[in-house]
Design a protein around this ligand. Structure first.
Ligand SMILES: [Zn+2]
Length: 449
């Protein structure tokens, strides 16, 4: 990675030589705010677990489609990695479908991320209803549609009026999204993404076969263990218009089970974060970067539409695989570590190259998934955030980042935001000055009376 080879000067991405006391305070304060509230976690998990258990029971007994009777949960996503931002409000549940032996073929123009998934031989099993005309290729759209239909039926039959609603289908999303609105607390919204998933046990595809670059960080043995695990595919098509038929029915490779493990066992030494004296700040740094991404997306929803937390997570893994020593991530190094991570992310945006952590030939910052215009906007926004010492992280309360910032939408410019904060500080100072003058005058008056 470049951060160690390139010398940095003041005011460049990744420069950690001039972290001001204010910035240091902000980073530490925000990272403390981002701790999850235990109560929220437990109540949210309870509600989601109840929903998923009931859904599995419903699918197991459903008369409509025996293919969906044999599903199991492969849970992933940020809640279970314990890097949720602000509130435990989003859950990803991957539902593993049982399939016969599969054959993968990579869709060339997508550099190892999207695949056509076929049965090795024709079958009479229930999956036959979800195949294309060749009677071998598994149709991503058919599986998604049926999942949607079954979940809708399940909610209508078992959870009607209990706060859960199903969101409208999105063509680029692999998930059926359910939303929960707490009647007692109106701003308490939670969402669950249910993603049908295919398991391919026979080894990683060519594009990912070398495995992630973790030899110096987690070790060679760990890499070998990862590569020996199954890979998963979710029904997701590439972004862009005029897709070919193959691309419309394509599946995207998913490593979320491995990512979850890397988050959990993230230390160079096995003892990292085992006891309070071995704590590190890696997860906090990722939380903070995700918070920044979330904040930027709220300010510029249109301009930064292609940006998502996965970009932050990918940058995070790259930095971890390069900056391996646990001591570099001690809690005392929080500000330096965050600035290193942010600097790497900013430089990747500037170079227009953020490689997928597992599929190295795929650049997540390349068009059409990340158009040039959006990348230029992101580069400027990141530079501005760094130069102004991260106004987007200066939100007044831990939950504020979840609420759309209406001011920022009307005046989508971080500078305006900072100006208005400074302006209100000035007006407070004036009021205080006048109060002091009045009190002194009254005091003098009292002495003379
Ligand atoms: Zn640790």
């Amino acid at each position: 990675m470049e951060s160690q080879t390139r010398s940095v000067s003041s005011g460049t991405p990744g420069d950690v030589s001039s972290i001001s006391p204010q910035l240091n305070r902000l980073i530490r304060q925000r990272s403390r705010d981002l701790r999850l509230r235990k109560f929220d976690q437990q109540s949210a998990v309870k509600i989601v677990n109840h929903l998923i258990e009931s859904l599995l029971e419903y699918l197991k007994n459903n008369e409509d489609h025996p293919f969906f009777r044999d599903v199991s949960v492969l849970t992933s996503g940020s809640y279970y990695e314990m890097v949720k931002i602000n509130k435990p409000n989003e859950f990803d549940i991957m539902l593993k479908l049982k399939v016969p032996r599969l054959e993968l073929s990579e869709l060339e123009e997508y550099q190892g991320l999207f695949y056509k998934v076929k049965l090795v031989k024709a079958t009479r099993k229930e999956i036959k209803h979800f195949l294309l005309e060749d009677e071998r290729t598994i149709s991503a759209t058919k599986i998604k549609e049926e999942m949607h239909r079954l979940v809708r039926k399940f909610i209508n039959n078992h959870f009607k009026g209990k706060g859960w609603v199903i969101n409208r289908k999105l063509v680029n999303s692999p998930a059926v999204t359910l939303e929960y609105n707490n009647k007692e607390k109106e701003d308490d919204v939670m969402s669950v993404d249910i993603v049908p998933t295919l398991e391919v046990p026979q080894g990683w595809p060519q594009a990912a076969r070398a495995g992630p670059n973790i030899d110096n960080w987690l070790g060679k043995k760990c890499r070998r263990q990862f590569v020996s695990k199954a890979v998963y595919f979710v029904p997701k098509r590439p972004k862009g218009r005029n897709l070919k038929d193959d691309a419309k029915e394509s599946w995207r490779i998913s490593f979320s089970h491995i990512e979850k493990e890397m988050m959990q066992y993230h230390g160079n030494k096995k003892t990292c974060c085992e006891t309070p004296s071995n704590k590190c700040c890696r997860k906090r740094c990722l939380q903070l970067l995700k918070c920044l991404i979330e904040g930027l997306k709220q300010r510029y929803p249109k301009e930064l539409e292609p940006l998502c937390s996965y970009h932050g997570k990918t940058a995070f893994f790259h930095v971890l695989s390069d900056r391996v020593q646990d001591s570099l991530w001690s809690p005392g190094q929080m500000s330096v570590s965050f600035m290193k991570l942010f600097g790497y992310f900013e430089r990747r945006a500037l170079d227009g190259s953020l490689l997928h952590f597992f599929v190295r030939q795929h650049n997540l910052f390349s068009p059409p998934a990340f158009p040039k215009r959006a990348l230029a906007f992101l580069t400027n926004a990141l530079k501005e955030q760094r130069e102004l010492e991260f106004p987007v992280l200066k939100v007044p309360s831990p939950s504020a980042a979840l609420v759309p910032d209406t001011d920022a939408l009307i005046h989508p410019n971080p500078i305006n935001g900072t100006d208005s904060i400074v302006a209100s500080e000035h007006s407070f100072r004036h009021v205080y000055a006048w109060l002091v003058v009045v009190i002194v005058c009254v005091g003098i008056g009292c002495v003379f009376v």
